[in-house]
Design a protein around this ligand. Structure first.
Ligand code: CAO
Length: 424
């Protein structure tokens, strides 16, 4: 038994943000029915193609544990089928451009008429207000949500981050909203509308940067490197390079091999509780008692000097040696792992966070499994569906179309190629 067994999800999502959410619901055991435009499907199927003719990794890695039905939701019979799907399902998830669902004829009011228990979950770029009609992709959300202005080095331009906090991050937020609404429905018997705007999702993840914005009113941010460098603060939270962002100073430091290996670095945190151990490890025992170094507050204007000294030590070790030496001493450090190293990591494979999946068109590929582990609902990652792979199955077993009815639906052109469906 899986946690969400019995929950049917009408998955009208595409690209990354929405599919991240419905993939999680699938991993937790929901029956996820992905609705795709006949003959076209989710645009990512054919984006960044690496194996000609096969679904791309962009698509496969975001659409595990789902079934696919081809359905033209603008065709009359297509609307009839969609109405039936809304009747049968518990949750409908979409991340179309603003207004697209209304234009299709399926407003929230209409959906409630069809199924008052339906939970309609939507991702949009912005919440209500002056930007509500905008189409939005990942980096737009990172820029509008406070991430870009606070990422990068002070003397460089704003930077976007590799972590897809706008798309996948908002998908995660939406997923939490959906299971919460399902929980409330147990008591109220009613569905509800769940929305997550990408700007809001990014901002939620940049919460500490708004903390710092307000702390500026009380004076300079002493844990930022620029404080020790004597650079005055402006009116907004500045970019902090690799400063730790918390009360314990930290930096990315070079390790042995950095000259040729772009990832031969470690993150090193000078946590106050282990300061004396740090001093011993790097060969600076005099700092344990020296005036200006012994107390955390006195060190804040000397962070460049301190981290330069620590780096002289880390440069004599590999990033893994730094880890091996510091871990037993409780000194928090982290090697900068490349994507290649992560894919080969035995520990991540043992927990199912990295998994290999077989696919009929592309062979075996590696993907990120479910990062959330439920002891009573283990996740089995199954491959993404081919376009329309389950059209006939869904029409027959979920919606009950048989015989003449089935033929009528297929002849209408609303559900893709008749020969392909017959072959299923
Ligand atoms: N049958 C018939 N029509 C369909 C269909 C189907 N099965 N599925 C989609 N369509 C139609 C939509 O109804 C829409 O038609 P209209 O423009 O006539 O209303 C059309 O396809 C295009 O949908 P779209 O505008 O959502 O797609 P786009 O490629 O132009 O824009 C995106 C993509 C992502 C910018 C936009 O969907 C968006 O802003 N979404 C919200 C924010 C978001 O999730 N962004 C993250 C994207 S990356 O994860």
């Amino acid at each position: 038994m899986k946690a969400l067994e019995g929950v049917k999800v009408l998955d009208f999502t595409h690209v990354q943000s929405g599919p991240t959410c419905t993939q999680l619901l699938g991993w937790f055991g929901a029956d996820v029915i992905k609705v795709e435009r006949p003959g076209v499907g989710d645009a990512t199927r054919k984006q960044l193609v690496d194996v000609p003719g096969a679904d791309s990794l962009y698509f496969t890695m975001l659409n595990h544990n789902k079934r696919s039905i081809e359905l033209n939701s603008k065709n009359e019979t297509g609307k009839e089928i969609l109405t039936r799907l809304i009747e049968e399902c518990d949750v409908m998830v979409e991340n179309f451009a603003p207004g697209a669902l209304d234009r299709m004829g399926f407003s929230w009011e209409r959906i409630q008429e069809i199924n008052p228990r339906m939970i309609l979950a939507s991702i949009k770029g912005f919440g209500p207000g002056k930007y509500e009609d905008c189409k939005v992709y990942e980096n737009v959300a990172q820029c509008a949500g406070g991430s870009a202005s606070t990422t990068g080095f002070r003397d460089g331009p704003p930077l976007v981050t590799g972590a897809q906090i706008g798309d996948s991050g908002t998908g995660l937020h939406l997923c939490l909203g959906i299971v919460t609404a399902l929980f409330q429905r147990e008591k109220s018997g009613r569905g509800q509308k769940v929305t997550a705007a990408m700007q809001d999702g990014v901002l939620n993840l940049c919460r500490v940067k708004l903390r710092d914005q307000q702390r500026l009113n009380a004076g300079p941010l002493t844990e930022y490197s620029q404080y020790g460098e004597g650079v005055p603060f402006g009116e907004a939270t500045p970019r902090a390079g690799n400063d730790s962002g918390g009360g314990q100073p930290g930096r990315i430091l070079k390790c042995k091999g950095w000259e040729t290996d772009p990832n031969a670095y470690t993150y090193f945190i000078t946590q106050a509780a282990v300061w004396e151990k740090v001093c011993d490890v790097i060969g600076a025992p005099e700092w344990k008692t020296a005036e200006g170094y012994a107390k955390p507050i006195d060190r804040l204007d000397k962070l460049n000097e301190i981290f330069d000294r620590i780096e002289q030590w880390t440069m004599t070790k590999t990033k893994f040696e730094v880890m091996d030496i510091c871990n037993p001493l409780d000194i928090p450090v982290g090697p900068i792992l490349s994507t290649k190293e992560i894919m080969e990591d035995d520990g991540l494979r043992a927990t199912g966070t990295i998994v290999d999946v077989d696919h009929p068109e592309r062979g075996t590929y590696t993907t990120v499994g479910c990062p959330i582990k439920l002891s009573d609902s283990p996740v089995e990652v199954t491959r993404s569906p081919l376009l329309g792979e389950h059209t006939a199955e869904i029409l027959q077993t979920v919606l009950g179309y048989q015989g003449d009815e089935m033929e009528r639906v297929i002849a209408s052109g609303a559900v893709g190629d008749a020969n392909e469906i017959a072959a299923e």
